[in-house]
Ligand binder design. Structure first.
Ligand SMILES: C[S@@+](CC[C@H](N)C(=O)[O-])C[C@H]1O[C@@H](n2cnc3c(N)ncnc32)[C@H](O)[C@@H]1O
Length: 246
């Protein structure tokens, strides 16, 4: 089995493997889902946008090409280096999302795409995002769907049964090895129930404004076996929150 991401170091220990996975054209699910995230969740550029967990920077480059004045951060120095190299004019910085090196209210938008389920102290990352947002600031989030994280399909068939393993309600460590197209990556993180996210938003003073459960786009030919099962069960969850009291 290949190495997964290390605790507290983000993807630092698997940075090269992630770089290949994320930068191989059309390889990752990112390319199937990003339009819905940007079109339905992310508001138009405002004063200043912060991205947490930017990785090698594909989300950051997409935000910048849409006109966002962006500071992008990640806990992995290697990935921040690659992000900066790919976008020399952008601002990339090493930072842990649970201890952001920014003042209160510095941003009007924080984006966390496929990050929060990788953070052990997820409520601390949500609290920090809320802290650096100004009044009525938005927090836009993409995570693997709590339902998808709670179990697995029994087979690759379109109508395969989805089986919940253990308790959906208990946050727990997960490790999902994925292999396709000659590339392998083990996605590790925490399976949080929806309520864990909702409680973190509540106690950080964030109100859910929009929620989407995008199905996998319908394609005439599957790129990976079993892909179309994800038209019945949501693979990802997108949310936009607003900082209350603004
Ligand atoms: C699945 S990748 C997503 C990267 C990027 N958002 C994208 O979609 O391409 C998750 C990223 O979160 C970062 N990460 C994990 N824990 C973190 C933390 N506590 N603070 C900041 N970044 C973290 C990892 O280093 C990794 O780059």
């Amino acid at each position: 089995m290949d190495a997964g991401a290390g605790h507290g170091r983000g993807f630092e220990d698997v940075a090269d493997r992630w770089l290949r996975w994320a930068r191989t054209p059309e390889h990752d699910a990112y390319w199937d889902y990003r339009d819905r995230f940007f079109d339905e969740i992310v508001p138009p550029p405002g004063r200043r946008t912060l991205e947490i967990g930017c990785g090698e920077g594909r989300t950051s480059r997409d935000l910048r090409s849409r006109g966002h004045h962006l500071v992008a951060t990640d806990v992995s120095p290697t990935l921040v280096g690659h992000a900066q190299q790919a976008d020399p004019g952008g601002r990339y910085q090493v930072a842990d999302s649970t201890r952001l090196p920014f003042a209160d209210g510095e941003f009007d938008l924080v984006v966390a795409y496929m990050v929060l389920m990788d953070v052990e102290d997820m409520p601390a990352a949500v609290r920090e995002a809320a802290r650096v947002l100004g009044p009525s600031g938005r927090f836009c989030i993409g995570v693997t769907h709590p339902l998808a994280d709670s179990g697995s399909f029994e087979s690759h068939k379109d109508d395969a049964r989805f089986v919940i393993e253990g308790s959906y309600l208990e946050p727990r460590r997960i490790e999902v090895p994925v292999e396709r197209g000659g590339l392998a990556f083990t996605f590790t993180g925490w399976a949080y129930p929806l309520e864990a996210y909702a409680r973190a938003f509540e106690s950080a003073g964030l109100l859910i404004e929009s929620l989407r459960e995008p199905p996998r786009p319908d394609r005439t030919r599957e790129r990976t076996a079993g892909e179309s099962r994800w038209r019945r069960i949501p693979n990802f969850l997108f949310l936009r929150c607003i900082k209350s009291g603004g």
